[in-house]
Design a protein. Structure first.
Length: 652
């Protein structure tokens, strides 16, 4: 017998069959097939049923009916049987008269037997009755037609599984490298489940190609059924061909992007052994540069004159210039709105220039007037080394907060390097000139910092605004700083934060991606200076969406007599959040935040504040739109009764 898509003489086109090869047992039985019928088959059956219903023989009024499939004790098999039944699929969308209903039920027998075989039950049985009458009852159409109008016919389906068949011998025919049979992933004695046998063909082909056999061929498996022993012997015909290397690599679709820059980034090269995984890694790497809207990789249909296989990358460049708008609102910081203009390919090697302007402090209980944030950023990829980027930024900030008023100019240059798929780091230099007024006292500060950071991310998200459902994010930063002012000080700010995500599907409590528990933590300390030796903007504050929701921005920590924030030299905060997809693109969250800011450099020394709340999410292609409402459990003097936050992306 043959398991696959190629028809043989006597078979219906496209139908998979199993041919029993034992002498005297030559009947053909339906093949091992996927557990669900294709959309085209469903449409064909639906059309045929409609034709029957409209024919003279079946022109009676449509007969409503219910379908009951007796449980088999195997939930996966029950789901496959239900999905294979046209009686269930067409019950409401394609009404049927008596003759059409009988025909539909007769067609279900073959479909349900196919579902049984796909689970390894080759001796199973299917029985269908309508109002207790078998389908071969010649008077059944008249019995159905006599059902009083408005009453449903009861279609009862009983399935007998029979014995479960197992795999006996698993062999390869044709030229194949040693050890290829192990790549099938099949084992003697395992249940003869069709999906597993058919998937083995793809696994073997992928393994051969990964070993360099670019033109390998694996035919659909041929199975021999031994009904007495209740086993299948499966054979795969293989033609591995020869192992080949990569030939000429062509780059198509380049316009403004320099070809030498792209070739310098390629992770595959002419003369290397052909390996699809390495080609895919190279494709993803090119797509991540930021200048391409799409990158496809394909090999030529035949080898070149040197016996190597050519490789082609097809690339589509993004528009060079882009304008984006952003807006956010919270009851503490009020509203903000901004615009960013970007040149994605400034000099032809994916250099990026971003010019951004935002207006801040549009209302809000923790701000005392309008502010602004102006930024110019230049990004140079592959600076001096591959996977090493240069980030040069100039920023102007003005803000009027309860804690202080600040006007500052900040310049920074940093090298950011990716060490692996999950590990990255950065080091740089930052200069800041600022004027800060706190409690009516104005001071000028000149700061020179040397920030060093390390980051780990195993959430595997292509877009940072996407919803993480697993993995861990960790970040640690150390910033030695020299302050040139009337209280000249040298200090270091140390901060670490992390978050992790647990999909409840991994413990069998929900469907994948529907129910997620998210946890985050933050800890920080300033060393080498007391609270008032630190410039106010270098101190720690808590409160707001980044730390403890339900409290005004910067309101947690030591306070002046007028209840304005002082800031501290240590911080600790944490969050537990439950995220639930509700229906469609909507979701809901519930969370508890807690945090403390102290006047000592040792964390956990201040008063702990707790906030709790809930929110809704609307999931869009660019990330979830977030709305959270939180209340303080033990609010400080002068605190708000609740806080509301609106933004794009999850809180963390």
């Amino acid at each position: 017998m043959t398991i696959g898509d190629e028809p043989r003489r006597g078979d219906s086109p496209g139908r998979r069959t199993i041919r029993r090869t034992q002498p005297g047992r030559g009947r053909v039985i339906p093949a091992i097939m996927p557990r669900h019928l294709s959309r085209s088959v469903l449409c064909a059956v639906a059309g045929f049923a409609t034709f029957l219903a409209a024919s003279p023989a079946g022109a009676a009024d449509p007969q409503p009916y219910t379908v009951a499939i007796a449980p088999t004790g195997d939930s996966a098999l029950d789901a496959a049987l239900s999905g294979s039944s046209q009686l269930k699929a067409l019950r409401t969308v394609a009404p049927a008269g008596p003759f059409a209903l009988v025909g539909r039920a007769q067609g279900d027998i073959a479909r349900l037997r196919t579902a049984l075989r796909s689970f390894g039950f080759y001796q199973g049985s299917v029985a269908i009755t309508v109002n207790g009458h078998a389908l071969d009852d010649p008077s059944l159409p008249d019995i159905i037609a006599a059902i009083p109008k408005g009453q449903n016919a009861l279609v009862a389906i009983t399935v007998g599984k029979g014995a479960l068949f197992h795999l006996r011998r698993i062999t390869l025919t044709g030229p194949a490298p040693p050890g290829a049979v192990a790549e099938l992933g099949l084992r003697t004695g395992a249940p003869a489940i069709a999906a597993d046998v058919l998937a083995a063909q793809s696994r073997l082909l992928a393994a051969l190609r990964e070993q360099g056999y670019a033109l390998a061929r694996v035919d659909p498996p041929v199975a021999t059924e031994d009904r007495a022993a209740r086993v299948l012997d499966v054979d795969f015909n293989v033609d591995a061909g020869k192992r080949v290397d990569l030939g000429r690599i062509s780059l198509l679709g380049l316009g403004g992007v320099d070809e030498d820059f792209v070739r310098g980034r390629l992770l595959v090269h002419t003369g290397e052994r052909f390996a699809p995984s390495k080609i895919e890694a190279a494709r993803q790497d090119l797509a991540a540069i930021g200048v391409f809207s799409g990158v496809q990789a394909r090999t030529a249909a035949q080898l070149d004159d040197e016996g190597r296989i050519p490789l082609i990358f097809d690339m589509q460049e993004r528009k060079r210039h882009a304008v984006s708008l952003n807006a956010a609102y919270s009851t503490d910081l009020g509203g903000s709105a901004g615009v960013t203009w970007s040149d994605r390919n400034l000099f032809g090697a994916a250099e990026q220039l971003n010019l951004a302007a935002s207006l801040t402090g549009l209302g809000g209980t923790a701000v005392n007037g309008l502010g602004y944030d102006l930024k110019a950023q230049f990004l140079k990829p592959d600076f001096l080394a591959r996977n090493q980027n240069l980030d040069a930024t100039l920023e102007g900030v003005k803000e009027h907060l309860d804690a202080y008023d600040q006007t500052a100019v900040i310049a920074s240059v940093a090298l950011e390097r990716r060490f692996s798929k999950r590990w990255s780091g950065s080091a740089g230099i930052t200069g800041e000139q600022e004027e800060i007024t706190q409690e009516g006292v104005t001071n000028h500060y000149t700061l020179l910092g040397l920030p060093v950071a390390a980051r780990y991310d195993s959430t595997d998200l292509a877009n940072p605004l996407d919803d993480p459902t697993h993995g861990v994010r960790l970040a640690a930063t150390v910033t030695p700083t020299l302050s040139f002012d009337h209280r000249q000080a040298t200090f270091a700010v140390l901060q670490g934060n992390g978050s992790t995500y647990l999909d409840l599907a991994t413990v069998g409590l929900a469907r994948p991606g529907r129910s997620v528990i998210a946890v985050r933590g933050l800890i920080g300390s300033a060393q080498g200076a007391t609270t008032f030796e630190l410039p106010p903007d270098q101190r720690f504050y808590a409160g707001g969406s980044a730390t403890v929701r339900g409290y005004k921005y910067q309101s947690i920590g030591p306070l002046f007599p007028d209840h304005n924030p002082v800031g501290g030299t240590s911080i600790a905060a944490g969050t537990v959040e439950f995220r639930q997809r509700v229906w469609g693109d909507f979701g809901a969250v519930a969370f508890v935040d807690a945090g403390t800011v102290g006047s000592e450099s040792t964390p956990f020394t201040g008063t702990t504040r707790i906030g709790a709340g809930a929110g809704v999410r609307y999931y869009t292609p660019v990330g979830p739109v977030r709305l959270d409402v939180a209340v303080p459990v033990n609010k400080p003097p002068g605190g708000d009764s609740f806080e509301l936050y609106i933004g794009l992306g999850q809180a963390f």
